[in-house]
Design a protein around this ligand. Structure first.
Ligand code: PMP
Length: 427
């Protein structure tokens, strides 16, 4: 029986009819269950890009018709993203390469000496840019509930010295899919005069996000996880620190004027606004694709998308709960709200072998490893010695040994019921 018969059909995505070979020589339709790494592109996004492709040109400075058209579409895409995120008056949308790029940009733009706070449970893209940029970082221990997360952050802020402060927090974990108490953390931050950047890489594809309502200061996400192709992402939010910062990249497009001085030096006046951090020729197609995805998701309606995904998550959790060898990894508890992302281990199985078998025997594409969140997965596995896997070499343990990495299954707006059913049958 169809699990979501009363709900809307999945959105059409690329690759839904790709046939892949199984170990027994048969072929089967590919079940893409690795949306958390990269989601398939919406057919609608692909069609929009294909329709635009013959017309694209360089943006901003071209005098020709196609350059003018591309410039209009590029800037219109910025407004579409601003609407999608429900930004406040005065907020900026800076186009980047992806979430990692957005957070590294921000790390280089915050005032010198900004005290950064991050839970050790963050994806490496949210965990690492701050110290890499030379900022002092307080790493908060993995909390086991929303209340504990807010209390730990509050306590850390209470003892923090004067000066600018920033919390970087994920909206939904890329390992457990669990939602984080973003609004509460932001209220706490603002009470202490700290700012917040939301890593929405896993949240934005699954939930309506309102920057205005959450009140976060910045938000970052990636096009390739939001049903658009690779290569473009977004950093959006408050303009003040971005306008005061050194440009992310030095080069054309970020400059108002560049002049050779009498003393032989070169004097530069940089733009303020998004252009300041978008030097070089931008990824016009990637940006256009993100805007197309934002429109498509908005038109499909997040109420309907979320309802369908909740039903799939419930089906998945119920199905896995019936298999005694399976242990689902949760930070906040089995009943915590989550997006369509779930990691687990199977007693007696090496996670890499298990994932390879899902592919070879059932045509199912999941992911195994530590998911670029090593401290979190180690905490969840209760194994401080976990070997690097996704972001390093595969670990070699044998079936029957303790799990050193996990298996992640993830899905979204394009996932048919059959993929989740097939996955449960296979497990
Ligand atoms: N944050 C989270 C929560 C993620 O899941 C990811 C990607 N796995 C990133 C950041 C980094 O995104 P990207 O690789 O697109 O830069």
């Amino acid at each position: 029986m169809s699990l979501a018969t009363s709900l809307r059909a999945p959105l059409p995505v690329l690759g839904h009819d790709v046939q892949v070979p199984l170990a027994n020589g048969e072929k089967v339709g590919y079940a893409a269950l690795d949306y958390a790494a990269s989601s398939p592109a919406l057919q609608r996004v692909w069609d929009d890009v294909a329709a635009y492709a013959p017309y694209y040109g360089s943006v901003h400075r071209g005098a020709g018709y196609l350059s003018q058209l591309s410039t209009d579409l590029f800037e219109q895409s910025r407004r579409t993203v601003a609407e999608f995120l429900d930004l406040r008056e005065g907020d900026q949308v800076v186009f980047t390469r992806a979430t990692t790029d957005s957070l590294n940009l921000l790390a280089g733009a915050v005032p010198a000496g900004t005290q950064v706070f991050a839970f050790e449970t963050e994806h490496h893209a949210s965990l690492l840019p701050w110290a890499h940029a030379g900022l002092p970082v307080t790493y908060l221990r993995a909390p086991r509930s929303h209340a504990e997360a807010v209390a730990a952050f509050d306590e850390a802020l209470t003892g923090a010295p004067e000066g600018p402060k920033l919390l970087c927090v994920t909206g939904a974990s890329n390992v457990t899919g669990e939602l984080w108490p973003v609004a509460e953390l932001t209220r706490t931050a603002h009470r202490h005069g700290a700012r917040v950047v939301l890593d929405a890489a896993q949240l934005a594809p699954h939930h309506r996000v309102s920057v205005r309502e959450l009140d976060v200061d910045w938000i970052a996400f990636s096009g390739h996880k939001l049903y658009a192709p690779f290569g473009a992402g977004v950093l959006a939010g408050r303009a003040d620190w971005l306008d005061a910062a050194e440009p992310y990249l030095a080069g054309g497009g970020a400059t108002r004027t560049v002049a050779r001085e009498a003393d032989g030096s070169v004097a530069v006046q940089w733009h303020t606004g998004p252009a300041r951090h978008e030097a070089g020729s931008p990824n016009v197609i990637g940006v256009y694709a993100i805007a197309s995805a934002c429109r498509a998701l908005t038109e499909a309606g997040f109420d309907a998308l979320e309802a369908r995904e909740r039903a799939l998550v419930a089906r998945l959790k119920d199905g896995l709960a019936e298999i005694p060898e399976v242990r689902v990894l949760n930070l906040f508890g089995a009943d915590s709200d989550r997006v369509g992302v779930l990691s687990f281990v199977v007693r007696g199985w090496n996670s890499s072998h298990f994932s390879a078998a899902l592919s070879a025997e059932y045509g199912i594409g999941v992911r195994d490893g530590l998911f670029c969140a090593h401290p979190l997965v180690r905490t969840l596995l209760g194994d401080e010695e976990a070997a690097p896997s996704e972001c390093g070499a595969p670990e070699p343990s044998l079936p029957g040994e303790r799990s050193l990495n996990a298996i992640r299954v993830s899905f979204g707006a394009g996932t048919p019921d059959e993929h989740v059913d097939r996955f449960l049958t296979a497990v």
